[in-house]
Unconditional design. Sequence first.
Length: 203
Amino acid sequence: MTSARDTVLGRVRDALALAPTPATAVPRGYRTGRTLPDGERLALFTDRLVDYRAEVHSCTAARTAQVVAGALRDHGARRIGVPAGLDPRWLDAYDGEVCPDTADIPAPQLDALDAVVTASAAACAETGTIFLDGSSGQGRRALSLVPDLHLCVVDLSAVAARLVPERPTTLISGPSATSDIELERVEGVHGPRRLVVVIRTDS
């Protein structure tokens, strides 16, 4: 006995066979590059991040270590996690405990860290969104989600840069937050309650 569902799907298949769809060219005329001068792009990106309640610092590449150490010190972070491929020079001024992450460390143990420091793959100035693609300087997804404080270093040259579509991508728009049924904002439910972004203006 044929069900109504089978009958309907059969008629759809028959109709598609009688009227094959011709190949359609997909338009690719969308914007793929930067259009704002560096100063305007920095201002727009910073404005969006602050609107999401992120803490933002901008500096030259030469001052990365000092700014990173100062931000970690201000938040009382004495034990931090880092991905294996993070540039070690970024932590030259930090005097706390640095714990390199490995896949062998269970995700719940990452909660013992005061903070995590990562690089980033790209960012979008118009939305204030930062993209992590799991490469060596960014680490696995759990590392950027479990600790309560995430300090992320973003190169201004990578704001509006293109991503590698084959890599798993994490999108960050401010600290983790959600709202309950009464629209009360609650932070830290699905990730870090605090996001610190260090923008390197000449990289």
